[in-house]
Design a protein around this ligand. Structure first.
Ligand code: GUN
Length: 291
C-alpha cells in the first residue's frame, strides 16, 4: 500500500511555483496576485481562506483578502466582483463558498470574469473543461489528477466510481476521469444520494473518489482488494481531547480500508493541501495569460 502524500507533493509544486516567481521577478515582471472574497464568519471558510493567503506569501505571490459581513446583499457582492474584474492588478480571484442564503451562488459565480476565474466555476470554464479545451480546472479535481499523475497511478480502462455530485468536486471529477488522456480514459460511475445499493457499485471499483462529507462512510467491505482510494472528505467532528475541540475526519475508514488499498490518500495531508497548490497553479496561469 502506498500513501498518496498530498502534503509532500503540494510542497514540491509550491517549490516549483516559487522558482517560476523568482524568474518573473528577475525579469522585472509583475508577480501573480490572487484575491479571495469571504462573506460572513464561517470558521472552516476562514481557515481555508487563511491557508490560501499564506500559501500565496510562501510562493511570492501578492494576495488580497476581501472580508464582507454576513448581511452583505447580493448587489453589494456583485459590485465587489465587478471591481475585482476591472482591477488590472488582480490576476485571479475566488469567492469562497458557501455563501449566506440571501445570495444566489450561481448568479455570483457567473459574474466573475472567466479570465480571472481561477476556481474554474464559471459556466464558460466548466464547459471548456467538459470539451477538453484549455481552461482553469477546479482546484480540488485538478489536485487529484496531479496526485494520480505524480504517483503514476494507472487510470486508463479502469472503473472509477465517484461518490457525490457537487459542482466543486464530484461532477467535475466524473467528467475529468472520463476524458481522453492521462489521467483519464476511465469508465466512470457517478453515485449520489439516490444511488441504490452503493456497496455493489463501489466493490467493483478500481478507483474510488469519495466527496460526500460523511465521516467514515466508506468501509473495508465496500472496497475490493488493491483499489485506489481518494478521500476528499474534510468534516469537523467534535473531539474534546484535541486542542481545537474537533478533528478533521475523511469519508474513508482509513484504518481498515488502507489494509486493502493499493494507493490511498490520508486525511489530513492528502487532497486538502493539493487543492491549495492547484489554486496557486491556476493563478500563475492566469497571470501568464494576461501578459
Ligand atoms: N468551498 C469549498 N471548496 C471550495 C473551493 O475550492 N473554492 C471555493 N471558492 N470555495 C470552496
Amino acid at each position: 500500500m502506498t500513501i498518496l502524500d498530498g502534503k509532500k507533493v503540494s510542497n514540491d509544486i509550491k517549490d516549483e511555483i516559487t522558482e517560476q516567481v523568482k524568474k518573473m521577478k528577475a525579469k522585472g515582471e509583475k508577480v501573480p496576485h490572487l484575491a479571495a472574497v469571504i462573506v460572513g464568519n464561517d470558521g472552516a471558510s476562514l481557515t481555508y481562506v487563511g491557508s490560501k493567503v499564506r500559501a500565496c506569501e510562501r510562493v511570492g505571490f501578492e494576495s488580497t483578502m476581501v472580508r464582507m459581513s454576513n448581511t452583505t446583499s447580493e448587489i453589494e457582492l456583485l459590485d465587489k466582483i465587478e471591481e475585482l474584474n476591472q482591477n488590472d492588478d488582480i490576476d485571479g480571484f475566488i469567492i469562497q463558498l458557501p455563501l449566506p442564503p440571501q445570495i444566489n451562488t450561481q448568479k455570483v459565480l457567473m459574474a466573475v470574469d472567466p479570465s480571472k476565474d481561477v476556481d474554474g466555476f464559471h459556466p464558460e470554464n466548466f464547459g471548456k473543461m467538459a470539451l477538453d479545451m484549455s481552461t482553469f480546472i477546479p482546484a480540488t479535481p485538478f489536485g487529484i489528477l496531479e496526485l494520480l499523475d505524480r504517483y503514476d497511478v494507472e487510470t486508463k480502462g479502469k472503473h472509477t466510481v465517484v461518490i457525490g455530485r457537487s459542482h466543486i468536486v464530484g461532477r467535475p471529477m466524473s467528467i475529468l476521469m472520463g476524458r481522453k488522456g492521462f489521467p483519464g480514459n476511465s469508465t466512470v460511475t457517478l453515485t449520489h444520494s439516490h444511488t441504490k445499493n452503493i456497496t455493489q457499485i463501489t466493490s467493483q471499483a478500481d478507483i474510488i473518489i469519495s466527496a460526500l462529507g460523511v465521516p467514515n462512510f466508506l468501509k473495508a467491505e465496500m472496497v475490493k482488494d488493491d483499489a485506489v482510494i481518494i478521500d476528499v472528505g474534510i468534516t469537523r467532528v467534535p473531539d474534546e481531547s484535541s486542542p481545537k475541540g474537533y478533528i478533521i475526519t475523511g469519508d474513508v475508514d482509513f484504518e481498515n480500508v488502507s489494509k486493502k488499498a493499493s494507493f490511498i490518500t490520508p486525511v489530513p495531508g492528502g487532497v486538502g493541501p493539493m487543492t491549495i497548490a492547484m489554486l496557486l497553479k491556476n493563478t500563475l496561469l492566469a497571470r501568464e495569460q494576461r501578459m
